[in-house]
Design a protein around this ligand. Structure first.
Ligand SMILES: Nc1ncnc2c1ncn2[C@@H]1O[C@H](COP(=O)(O)OP(=O)(O)O)[C@@H](O)[C@H]1O
Ligand SMILES: [Mg+2]
Length: 262
């Protein structure tokens, strides 16, 4: 459904993306992993239309697309929940869900309809809040994350990108978010999950793409991996290519690090 090929992006002298390939099928949960600074968030901003890449191809259902704004990506039904959520703390749950597209009656926001629809959306996703009138700032981290995901899902995406959705959550809250991911994927949505919680990947992912210093370096079904192999892939410690000390060169790139920009 989605294919990224040879994506590059520089910010001034910083070459954040140096050639990334990634694919995603409908209903698939893809784990996108890599150390801090590997380029995961930048790549996802490219796919969500928030950052424009320098070269490379994005295609959706076989059509080449080029996004110049988040609205372009939303039209292609690519949804994203950013690391820092972008919810409005002083507004209630329903207002956050419908921010910018509130149901109206004449010139006024139709609050009754908005809250009824919010309750419906949340219950479809098994998200529990005391009331849709609660301010976002009063919710737990897990509830806020769930509302942010519900907002993205309410746009009916076919691709849903989640950037570190469980980083700041308690154990029970992590469980809920993982369940939401499975539910959304079961409806045919392709989900891309960025996380440092490697154990979560084994619970929800079908496949893993590993990034290293701005490149995609590995792509494997999760069933072929265990935590040790995954860590070795992320750190490129060589364990995937015969282990350290064998002299195996795991660097498949032809260019050298001498061109690295400080
Ligand atoms: N807007 C930006 N301006 C300059 N550099 C950026 C910008 N966004 C990201 N970068 C740089 O790109 C690299 C990749 O960052 P990022 O995509 O956030 O990595 P990750 O999400 O894998 O931790 C980092 O070196 C980061 O500092
Ligand atoms: Mg990031």
């Amino acid at each position: 459904m989605v294919s990224l090929r040879g994506i590059t992006k520089s910010f001034g002298a910083v070459r954040s993306l140096r050639g990334v390939d990634l694919t995603l099928a409908p209903g698939e949960v893809l784990g996108l992993v890599g150390d801090n600074g590997a380029g995961k968030s930048t790549l996802m901003k490219v796919l969500a239309g928030a950052v424009q890449h320098d070269s490379g191809q994005i295609s959706i259902d076989g059509r080449d697309v080029r996004f110049t704004s988040p609205a372009d990506a939303r039209r292609e039904r690519v949804g994203i929940v950013y690391q820092d959520l972008a919810l409005c703390d002083t507004l209630d749950v329903a207002s956050n869900l419908f921010l910018g597209r509130e149901p109206r009656r004449g010139p006024f926001i139709d609050r009754a309809t908005m809250h009824a629809r919010a309750a419906e959306t949340l219950s479809e996703l098994h998200v529990r809040v005391k009331s849709t009138y609660q301010e976002i700032g009063e919710l737990s981290g897990g509830q806020r994350q769930a509302v942010a995901i519900a907002r993205a899902v309410s746009f009916r995406p076919r691709v849903l990108i989640l950037d570190e959705p469980t980083a700041a959550l308690a154990v029970a809250e992590v469980r809920q978010v993982l369940k939401m991911i499975r539910d959304v994927a079961a409806q045919g949505v392709g989900v891309i999950l960025i996380t440092h919680r490697l154990q979560d990947l084994f619970e929800v992912c079908d496949r893993i793409t590993v990034m290293y210093e701005g490149r995609s370096v590995e792509d494997a079904p999760i069933s072929d991996l265990d935590i040790e192999r995954l860590v070795a892939m992320i750190t490129r410690s060589g364990a995937t290519n015969g282990g350290p000390g064998t002299g195996a060169n795991t660097d498949t790139d032809t260019d050298t690090d001498t061109e690295e920009v400080a």
